[in-house]
Design a protein around this ligand. Structure first.
Ligand SMILES: [Zn+2]
Length: 323
Protein backbone atom coordinates (compact mmCIF):
# COMPACT_ATOMS: atom_id res chain seq x y z
CA UNK A 1 0.00 0.00 0.00
CA UNK A 2 1.03 3.64 -0.42
CA UNK A 3 -0.19 7.09 0.51
CA UNK A 4 -1.59 9.12 -2.37
CA UNK A 5 -3.38 12.38 -3.06
CA UNK A 6 -6.50 11.18 -4.85
CA UNK A 7 -9.97 12.32 -5.89
CA UNK A 8 -12.99 10.32 -7.02
CA UNK A 9 -15.06 13.20 -8.43
CA UNK A 10 -13.88 16.43 -10.13
CA UNK A 11 -13.41 19.37 -7.76
CA UNK A 12 -10.73 20.61 -5.40
CA UNK A 13 -12.92 19.77 -2.38
CA UNK A 14 -12.80 16.10 -3.29
CA UNK A 15 -9.01 15.76 -2.89
CA UNK A 16 -8.08 13.28 -0.19
CA UNK A 17 -4.91 11.70 1.12
CA UNK A 18 -5.60 7.98 1.22
CA UNK A 19 -3.93 4.59 1.34
CA UNK A 20 -4.21 2.88 -2.03
CA UNK A 21 -2.66 -0.14 -3.72
CA UNK A 22 0.95 0.45 -4.82
CA UNK A 23 0.99 0.09 -8.64
CA UNK A 24 3.03 -2.68 -10.33
CA UNK A 25 5.19 -1.81 -13.34
CA UNK A 26 4.41 -3.60 -16.61
CA UNK A 27 7.21 -5.14 -18.75
CA UNK A 28 8.19 -1.76 -20.27
CA UNK A 29 7.55 0.35 -17.18
CA UNK A 30 9.34 1.42 -14.01
CA UNK A 31 8.09 2.02 -10.49
CA UNK A 32 9.38 5.30 -9.07
CA UNK A 33 9.56 6.22 -5.40
CA UNK A 34 8.53 9.88 -5.68
CA UNK A 35 10.80 12.32 -3.83
CA UNK A 36 9.64 15.70 -5.16
CA UNK A 37 6.64 16.86 -7.16
CA UNK A 38 5.78 20.24 -8.63
CA UNK A 39 2.24 21.59 -8.61
CA UNK A 40 1.15 23.38 -11.75
CA UNK A 41 -2.01 24.80 -13.31
CA UNK A 42 -2.37 21.56 -15.29
CA UNK A 43 -2.96 19.72 -11.98
CA UNK A 44 -5.54 22.26 -10.92
CA UNK A 45 -7.39 21.81 -14.23
CA UNK A 46 -7.14 18.02 -13.97
CA UNK A 47 -8.58 18.01 -10.47
CA UNK A 48 -11.43 20.26 -11.57
CA UNK A 49 -12.20 18.40 -14.81
CA UNK A 50 -11.31 14.84 -13.86
CA UNK A 51 -8.50 12.60 -15.11
CA UNK A 52 -7.98 9.02 -16.25
CA UNK A 53 -8.41 6.69 -14.51
CA UNK A 54 -10.98 7.75 -11.93
CA UNK A 55 -10.48 7.80 -8.95
CA UNK A 56 -7.41 9.73 -10.01
CA UNK A 57 -3.98 10.57 -8.60
CA UNK A 58 -2.88 13.89 -10.12
CA UNK A 59 0.69 15.16 -10.43
CA UNK A 60 2.27 15.93 -13.83
CA UNK A 61 5.72 16.94 -12.60
CA UNK A 62 7.86 14.74 -10.37
CA UNK A 63 11.21 13.13 -9.76
CA UNK A 64 12.38 10.25 -7.62
CA UNK A 65 14.29 7.00 -7.38
CA UNK A 66 13.57 3.85 -9.38
CA UNK A 67 12.30 1.15 -7.07
CA UNK A 68 11.48 -1.60 -9.57
CA UNK A 69 11.89 -2.14 -13.32
CA UNK A 70 9.79 -4.23 -15.74
CA UNK A 71 11.26 -7.30 -17.49
CA UNK A 72 12.01 -5.54 -20.80
CA UNK A 73 13.47 -2.35 -19.37
CA UNK A 74 17.00 -1.39 -20.43
CA UNK A 75 18.94 1.79 -19.78
CA UNK A 76 17.62 2.60 -16.31
CA UNK A 77 17.89 0.49 -13.20
CA UNK A 78 16.80 0.18 -9.58
CA UNK A 79 18.33 2.98 -7.51
CA UNK A 80 18.68 5.44 -10.41
CA UNK A 81 17.55 8.99 -9.71
CA UNK A 82 15.17 10.03 -12.48
CA UNK A 83 12.93 12.87 -13.52
CA UNK A 84 9.78 12.04 -15.47
CA UNK A 85 9.36 13.33 -19.00
CA UNK A 86 5.63 13.67 -18.67
CA UNK A 87 4.44 13.30 -22.27
CA UNK A 88 3.32 9.83 -23.18
CA UNK A 89 4.45 9.05 -26.73
CA UNK A 90 4.32 6.01 -29.01
CA UNK A 91 7.73 6.55 -30.62
CA UNK A 92 6.35 5.65 -34.04
CA UNK A 93 4.07 8.43 -35.33
CA UNK A 94 5.45 11.04 -37.73
CA UNK A 95 5.97 13.57 -34.92
CA UNK A 96 7.81 11.13 -32.66
CA UNK A 97 10.01 10.08 -35.58
CA UNK A 98 11.25 13.64 -36.01
CA UNK A 99 11.82 14.09 -32.27
CA UNK A 100 8.65 15.98 -31.41
CA UNK A 101 7.22 13.65 -28.79
CA UNK A 102 5.22 16.56 -27.39
CA UNK A 103 3.00 16.36 -30.49
CA UNK A 104 2.54 12.56 -30.53
CA UNK A 105 -0.84 11.64 -32.03
CA UNK A 106 -1.17 8.93 -29.38
CA UNK A 107 0.13 11.11 -26.59
CA UNK A 108 -1.19 12.64 -23.42
CA UNK A 109 0.13 13.87 -20.11
CA UNK A 110 1.22 11.60 -17.29
CA UNK A 111 -0.87 12.70 -14.33
CA UNK A 112 -3.78 13.60 -16.62
CA UNK A 113 -4.45 10.50 -18.76
CA UNK A 114 -2.64 8.25 -16.27
CA UNK A 115 -2.16 8.44 -12.52
CA UNK A 116 0.53 10.96 -11.61
CA UNK A 117 3.14 11.72 -9.02
CA UNK A 118 1.26 13.05 -5.98
CA UNK A 119 1.82 9.73 -4.26
CA UNK A 120 4.61 7.75 -2.65
CA UNK A 121 5.01 5.70 -5.82
CA UNK A 122 4.19 6.11 -9.50
CA UNK A 123 4.51 3.87 -12.55
CA UNK A 124 5.64 5.36 -15.86
CA UNK A 125 6.95 3.95 -19.16
CA UNK A 126 10.72 3.42 -18.85
CA UNK A 127 11.27 5.70 -21.86
CA UNK A 128 9.80 8.56 -19.80
CA UNK A 129 12.24 8.09 -16.90
CA UNK A 130 15.22 10.35 -17.58
CA UNK A 131 18.35 9.89 -15.47
CA UNK A 132 19.32 12.88 -13.34
CA UNK A 133 23.07 13.63 -13.22
CA UNK A 134 24.65 13.32 -9.76
CA UNK A 135 25.40 17.06 -9.69
CA UNK A 136 21.71 18.00 -10.07
CA UNK A 137 19.53 17.80 -6.99
CA UNK A 138 16.22 15.97 -7.30
CA UNK A 139 14.21 18.91 -6.02
CA UNK A 140 15.48 21.09 -8.85
CA UNK A 141 15.08 18.28 -11.36
CA UNK A 142 11.44 18.04 -10.30
CA UNK A 143 10.81 21.60 -11.51
CA UNK A 144 11.98 20.85 -15.05
CA UNK A 145 9.26 18.81 -16.81
CA UNK A 146 6.50 21.42 -16.75
CA UNK A 147 8.03 24.75 -15.76
CA UNK A 148 11.46 24.72 -17.34
CA UNK A 149 10.79 22.47 -20.32
CA UNK A 150 7.71 24.39 -21.42
CA UNK A 151 9.61 27.67 -21.17
CA UNK A 152 12.70 26.33 -22.94
CA UNK A 153 10.74 24.93 -25.89
CA UNK A 154 8.74 28.15 -26.16
CA UNK A 155 11.73 30.51 -25.93
CA UNK A 156 14.26 28.63 -28.05
CA UNK A 157 12.49 26.15 -30.35
CA UNK A 158 9.31 28.07 -31.11
CA UNK A 159 10.11 31.76 -30.65
CA UNK A 160 13.84 31.54 -31.44
CA UNK A 161 14.85 34.39 -29.14
CA UNK A 162 18.04 36.12 -30.27
CA UNK A 163 20.53 38.38 -28.52
CA UNK A 164 19.52 42.01 -28.39
CA UNK A 165 15.79 41.42 -28.75
CA UNK A 166 13.22 43.01 -26.49
CA UNK A 167 11.20 40.25 -24.83
CA UNK A 168 8.17 40.81 -22.61
CA UNK A 169 7.10 37.99 -20.28
CA UNK A 170 3.57 38.12 -18.84
CA UNK A 171 2.88 36.00 -15.77
CA UNK A 172 6.55 36.24 -14.91
CA UNK A 173 6.16 34.85 -11.39
CA UNK A 174 4.61 31.59 -12.60
CA UNK A 175 6.56 28.36 -12.89
CA UNK A 176 6.80 28.71 -16.69
CA UNK A 177 7.09 32.49 -16.56
CA UNK A 178 9.99 32.55 -14.12
CA UNK A 179 11.90 30.11 -16.32
CA UNK A 180 11.00 32.09 -19.46
CA UNK A 181 12.59 35.15 -17.86
CA UNK A 182 15.77 33.19 -17.20
CA UNK A 183 15.96 31.64 -20.66
CA UNK A 184 15.24 34.87 -22.53
CA UNK A 185 18.05 36.44 -20.53
CA UNK A 186 20.29 33.46 -21.30
CA UNK A 187 19.61 34.11 -25.00
CA UNK A 188 20.85 37.67 -24.59
CA UNK A 189 17.52 39.48 -24.76
CA UNK A 190 16.44 42.54 -22.81
CA UNK A 191 13.72 41.11 -20.57
CA UNK A 192 10.65 42.92 -19.28
CA UNK A 193 8.89 40.84 -16.62
CA UNK A 194 5.22 41.66 -16.15
CA UNK A 195 3.42 40.73 -12.98
CA UNK A 196 0.47 42.11 -11.05
CA UNK A 197 2.65 41.65 -7.98
CA UNK A 198 5.55 43.65 -9.49
CA UNK A 199 6.15 45.64 -6.31
CA UNK A 200 6.53 42.57 -4.13
CA UNK A 201 8.48 40.37 -6.53
CA UNK A 202 10.80 42.90 -8.18
CA UNK A 203 13.98 41.74 -6.45
CA UNK A 204 13.28 38.08 -7.08
CA UNK A 205 12.55 38.60 -10.79
CA UNK A 206 15.62 40.82 -11.14
CA UNK A 207 17.57 37.99 -9.51
CA UNK A 208 16.29 35.64 -12.21
CA UNK A 209 17.53 37.97 -14.93
CA UNK A 210 14.72 40.43 -15.60
CA UNK A 211 15.96 43.86 -16.67
CA UNK A 212 12.66 45.51 -15.79
CA UNK A 213 9.72 44.46 -13.62
CA UNK A 214 6.39 46.19 -14.16
CA UNK A 215 2.67 45.72 -13.60
CA UNK A 216 0.43 45.17 -16.65
CA UNK A 217 -0.66 48.82 -16.35
CA UNK A 218 2.92 50.01 -16.68
CA UNK A 219 3.95 47.64 -19.49
CA UNK A 220 2.85 49.71 -22.48
CA UNK A 221 4.71 52.86 -21.42
CA UNK A 222 7.91 50.98 -20.63
CA UNK A 223 7.90 49.00 -23.89
CA UNK A 224 7.31 52.22 -25.84
CA UNK A 225 10.19 53.87 -24.06
CA UNK A 226 12.58 50.95 -24.59
CA UNK A 227 11.68 50.52 -28.27
CA UNK A 228 11.14 54.11 -29.40
CA UNK A 229 7.48 53.31 -29.70
CA UNK A 230 8.05 50.30 -31.99
CA UNK A 231 7.04 47.52 -29.58
CA UNK A 232 8.52 44.24 -28.37
CA UNK A 233 10.21 41.70 -30.66
CA UNK A 234 8.57 38.91 -28.69
CA UNK A 235 5.75 38.76 -26.17
CA UNK A 236 5.35 35.60 -24.08
CA UNK A 237 1.90 35.38 -22.54
CA UNK A 238 0.49 32.26 -20.93
CA UNK A 239 -1.94 34.27 -18.80
CA UNK A 240 -4.55 34.14 -21.56
CA UNK A 241 -7.80 36.05 -21.86
CA UNK A 242 -7.04 38.57 -19.11
CA UNK A 243 -3.90 39.95 -20.76
CA UNK A 244 -4.32 39.11 -24.48
CA UNK A 245 -5.53 42.53 -25.64
CA UNK A 246 -2.60 44.26 -24.00
CA UNK A 247 0.05 41.70 -24.79
CA UNK A 248 -0.87 41.40 -28.47
CA UNK A 249 -0.82 45.16 -28.79
CA UNK A 250 2.74 45.30 -27.40
CA UNK A 251 4.17 43.25 -30.29
CA UNK A 252 6.30 45.23 -32.75
CA UNK A 253 5.86 45.10 -36.50
CA UNK A 254 7.35 41.79 -37.72
CA UNK A 255 7.37 40.63 -34.09
CA UNK A 256 6.15 37.40 -32.50
CA UNK A 257 3.63 36.47 -29.82
CA UNK A 258 3.75 33.06 -28.19
CA UNK A 259 1.82 31.14 -25.55
CA UNK A 260 1.96 27.76 -23.86
CA UNK A 261 -1.14 28.15 -21.74
CA UNK A 262 -4.28 30.14 -21.05
CA UNK A 263 -4.57 30.40 -17.30
CA UNK A 264 -7.40 32.94 -17.23
CA UNK A 265 -9.34 31.51 -20.15
CA UNK A 266 -8.64 30.77 -23.79
CA UNK A 267 -11.19 32.70 -25.83
CA UNK A 268 -9.87 35.95 -27.26
CA UNK A 269 -10.76 38.28 -30.10
CA UNK A 270 -8.19 38.78 -32.83
CA UNK A 271 -8.45 41.71 -35.20
CA UNK A 272 -7.02 40.29 -38.41
CA UNK A 273 -5.88 43.59 -39.94
CA UNK A 274 -3.82 44.29 -36.81
CA UNK A 275 -2.19 40.90 -37.37
CA UNK A 276 -1.41 41.07 -41.09
CA UNK A 277 -0.71 44.76 -41.42
CA UNK A 278 1.98 44.50 -38.74
CA UNK A 279 3.20 41.10 -40.05
CA UNK A 280 2.90 39.66 -36.56
CA UNK A 281 3.41 35.94 -35.96
CA UNK A 282 1.19 34.30 -33.34
CA UNK A 283 2.61 30.99 -32.13
CA UNK A 284 1.56 28.10 -29.95
CA UNK A 285 3.89 25.96 -27.88
CA UNK A 286 3.24 22.97 -25.68
CA UNK A 287 5.66 21.18 -23.37
CA UNK A 288 8.93 20.19 -24.97
CA UNK A 289 10.89 17.24 -26.30
CA UNK A 290 12.83 14.55 -24.43
CA UNK A 291 16.03 15.88 -26.00
CA UNK A 292 15.29 19.32 -24.56
CA UNK A 293 14.70 17.88 -21.09
CA UNK A 294 18.06 16.13 -21.27
CA UNK A 295 19.65 19.37 -22.46
CA UNK A 296 18.14 21.16 -19.45
CA UNK A 297 19.57 18.57 -17.05
CA UNK A 298 23.00 19.03 -18.64
CA UNK A 299 22.64 22.79 -18.37
CA UNK A 300 21.71 22.59 -14.69
CA UNK A 301 24.59 20.20 -14.15
CA UNK A 302 27.07 22.58 -15.77
CA UNK A 303 25.77 25.57 -13.83
CA UNK A 304 26.59 23.56 -10.72
CA UNK A 305 25.34 25.85 -7.99
CA UNK A 306 21.73 25.82 -6.89
CA UNK A 307 19.61 28.65 -8.11
CA UNK A 308 17.69 29.69 -5.03
CA UNK A 309 14.27 30.42 -6.42
CA UNK A 310 13.32 27.38 -8.42
CA UNK A 311 11.80 25.32 -5.69
CA UNK A 312 10.27 28.32 -4.03
CA UNK A 313 8.25 29.07 -7.15
CA UNK A 314 6.96 25.55 -7.24
CA UNK A 315 5.84 25.80 -3.65
CA UNK A 316 4.18 29.15 -4.32
CA UNK A 317 2.41 27.45 -7.21
CA UNK A 318 1.18 24.82 -4.80
CA UNK A 319 -0.21 27.49 -2.51
CA UNK A 320 -1.99 29.19 -5.37
CA UNK A 321 -3.53 26.05 -6.76
CA UNK A 322 -4.78 24.76 -3.44
CA UNK A 323 -5.99 28.15 -2.21
ZN1 LIG B 1 4.05 9.54 -31.59
Amino acid sequence: MMRAVIFDRPGMDNLRVMDVETPKPGPNEVLIRVKFAGVNPVDYFTINRGGKPMPHIPGAEFAGVIEEVGANVRGVDVGDEVVVYNRLFDGSCRYCLVGHEELCVNGGLIGVVTNGGFAEYAVVPATNAIKVPRSVSLDEAATLPVGALTAWHMVFDRAGVRAGELVVVFGATGNVGSYAVQFAKLAGATVVAVSRKAGRVRDVLMGLGADYVVTPDEAQALVNELSNGLGADLVIDAVGQATWNLSFQLVARYGRWVTAGALTGGDVTLNLPSLYSREVTVMGSTGGTRAELIKLLELLSSVGSRRPYTLRWVLMGLGRCLA
